[in-house]
Write a new protein. Structure first.
Length: 422
């Protein structure tokens, strides 16, 4: 392993450093906002790429040092170690070494306990013993603690802050390699202490989620019940519409029958009036003239003629009524048969939901087509390019080369199908 470089830095009277050149360059950069505002001493680890290799810097930083010349707080003091392409696995021991070095070799020599610099500069006389103390302990006690890094780090450039006793394991090292920077200190709360309030919050959120899920389930159940009720109402509505159609047909049939009976009654009334008038005229003629044989025969058979006329008219009325009833019955049977044929013909044409699909079949102007939906309850039909004729639709030639048939079911879903018109 390459020799570990060591340096110290601080602001006894401006930013000063002492030690190995590459480590002193890093020490100067510790005079920053973090060192000025952190209220406690901390151990900082940072991975940097230098000369196409990863370098690890380990620094024990004492923040908020009071400047000797100006008396202003915000200065710093730091002990820095630099390892080239090697990382320390035992961070707890390394932290203890740097802390002991500060307590034994720095405090009282370079800094007072009041965090004021005793010296105005770092030179060989007051600083070399610190460097040699660290070098001796690292070579003697940490020769096996630094491991060669055999991979390139893909750092995401963020800082991990942990309690000093929560580092040193492989999991932490992986986190350090991922982030590229970490700060350790006894004053930083342990993760478990941070997790306790978070766990309480998580539990509250879980309870809220459970309550919301329960509410959602209740609403879904109500929705299902309402959908069932709606389907029942739609079915009842369809049945009522069917009954209404039947009643309308019966009313129309009765109206036609009443018209026929009225016409028959008028014929009978006219016939009876004519016979009565003829009978009165004939009676007057008999009183005025002597009756001849022909007139006597006519008078004798007049009553029979009247009876036969009434019988003929009654037979005509009965036959006409039976014909009307037979005609209506036949018409109903044909209508019902036509409806069944229409329904069977349309159900053979599948209509996909909520699409406007062009059917492969081409149609021509004048073609007649039957349509019925697979859905049991249809609220409304719509056509574009068709003309409605009894029991079917006729294709109408227009400027548009397509014709569309659509219907809306009881749930409000619209089904559409499109044909090419040639």
């Amino acid at each position: 392993m390459e020799t570990i470089q060591i340096a110290i830095g601080g602001v006894p009277n401006g930013n000063k450093t002492y030690g190995d050149s590459k480590a002193t360059g890093y020490a100067e950069q510790l005079y920053n906002n973090e060192a000025q505002k952190t209220p406690y001493n901390f151990f900082k680890i940072e991975a940097r790429e230098e000369e196409n290799k990863e370098c690890f810097y380990y620094s024990y930083v004492v923040p908020q040092i009071i400047d000797q010349s100006t008396g202003r707080p915000g200065g710093y003091f730091a002990i820095v170690l630099r390892s080239y392409n090697h990382y320390c696995e035992d961070l707890s021991r390394l932290y203890q070494l740097l802390k002991q070095t500060y307590d034994k070799k720095v405090e009282g020599v370079l800094l007072g306990k009041d965090k004021k610099f005793i010296v105005s500069n770092f030179d060989r006389a007051n600083s070399e013993s610190i460097i040699q103390f660290l070098r001796k302990n690292i070579e003697g006690c940490f020769s096996q603690s630094f491991t060669r890094l055999d991979r390139k780090l893909n750092k995401k450039e963020y800082c991990v802050k942990r309690h000093i006793s929560e580092q040193g394991c492989d999991l932490f090292l992986n986190t350090l390699f991922e982030s590229g920077e970490a700060i350790l200190a006894p004053e930083i709360p342990r993760s478990e202490n941070k997790l306790q309030p978070l766990q309480a919050e998580v539990q509250k959120l879980k309870e809220i989620i459970m309550a919301k899920n329960k509410n959602i389930q209740s609403l879904e159940n109500k929705k299902g019940e309402l959908e069932q009720q709606n389907a029942g109402l739609n079915k009842q509505n369809a049945e009522l519409q069917s009954e209404n159609g039947k009643l309308q047909r019966e009313v129309e049939e009765r109206r036609k029958a009443d018209n026929a009976l009225r016409q028959i009654r008028e014929i009978l009334d006219n016939t009876l009036d004519a016979n009565s008038n003829a009978y009165a005229a004939n009676k007057r003629h008999v009183n005025e003239e002597r009756e001849n044989p022909v007139d006597a025969s006519l008078k004798k058979n007049k009553k029979k003629i009247l009876i036969w006329s009434i019988v003929i008219l009654a037979v005509f009325m009965l036959g006409f009524g039976i014909g009307i009833v037979s005609t209506h019955k036949k018409t109903d049977e044909q209508t019902e048969q036509g409806d069944k044929q229409t329904e069977q013909a349309i159900r053979s044409i599948p209509l996909e939901k909520d699409t406007l699909k062009v059917h492969e079949r081409e149609i021509h102007s004048g073609d007649t087509m039957l349509f019925v939906a697979d859905e049991p309850l249809v609220i409304d039909w719509g056509v574009d390019g068709f003309e409605e004729i009894p029991s079917c639709y006729c294709v109408v030639k227009s400027d548009i080369d397509t014709a569309t048939i659509s219907f809306t079911d009881c749930s409000g879903m619209k089904y559409r199908h499109q044909f090419l018109v040639k």
